[in-house]
Design a protein around this ligand. Structure first.
Ligand code: APR
Length: 189
């Protein structure tokens, strides 16, 4: 699948692709999960369907240890049948009014995914547009937070994937992330 756009930064790449994240090979695949770690619809449902039952079994074991995964954080499982080694299950904020800390929680999700990918030694990471579906986050604002957080993360730390690719569903999300990525690239220039 072709990149819609890719930005190189000190030997690392931030890229955008359109399509189904479960079909894009990567060392680690990000998921938009829920705090109960019980699977669901959207990208969560797609990842569980494509990855198989081993993923939910690992999440059940994690839940028995930690109870729940708070919004803004993420947990790691294997990837089952997916073209990956790990799945990073991040829990995004439910969008309420934009004044309830949603932006910071969404940024924290992406920071957690970058940190976990770095700790695992993942060289490539794919990420969905967390919280922009069921959780109702306005796509334009979410795209700016996602691209800005990942872009800053890639610039700040050594121990991170060489390539991070947002895999987006539908033209509206693609266009929002494309605009956010171009705006971020202009800030770099
Ligand atoms: N590949 C890539 N992106 C996808 C896919 C897919 N296969 N399926 C859906 N998306 C996109 C949606 O279009 C949206 O832009 O992922 C984004 C996130 O939407 P959701 O999956 O609804 O996730 P979110 O808004 O974070 O809500 C999470 O929904 O599925 C449940 O269990 C999940 O309770 C949690 C909640």
């Amino acid at each position: 699948m072709e990149d819609l756009l890719s930005i190189s930064l000190d030997g690392r790449v931030l890229a955008l692709q359109a399509g189904d994240i479960t079909t894009v090979p990567a060392d680690a695949i990000g998921n938009a999960a829920n705090a109960a770690l019980r699977g669901g619809g959207g990208v969560d449902g797609a990842i569980h369907r494509a990855g198989g039952e081993s993923i939910q079994r690992e999440l059940d074991s994690i839940r028995s240890r930690i109870g729940r995964c708070p919004p803004g954080e993420a947990v790691v499982t294997g990837a089952g049948e997916l073209p990956a080694r790990w799945v990073l299950h991040a829990v995004g904020p439910v969008y309420r009014d934009g004044r309830s800390g949603e932006a910071a929680t969404l940024a924290s999700c992406y920071e957690a995914c970058l940190r976990l990918a770095g700790d695992l030694g993942a060289r490539s990471l794919t990420l969905p547009a967390i919280s922009t579906g069921v959780y109702g986050y306005p796509i334009e604002q979410a795209a700016e937070i996602a691209v800005g957080t990942v872009g800053r993360g890639l610039a700040d730390s050594e121990k991170l994937p060489e390539r991070v690719c947002f895999v987006l569903f539908g033209d509206v999300a693609c266009e929002a992330f494309r605009r956010a990525a171009l705006a971020w690239a202009e800030e770099l220039a």
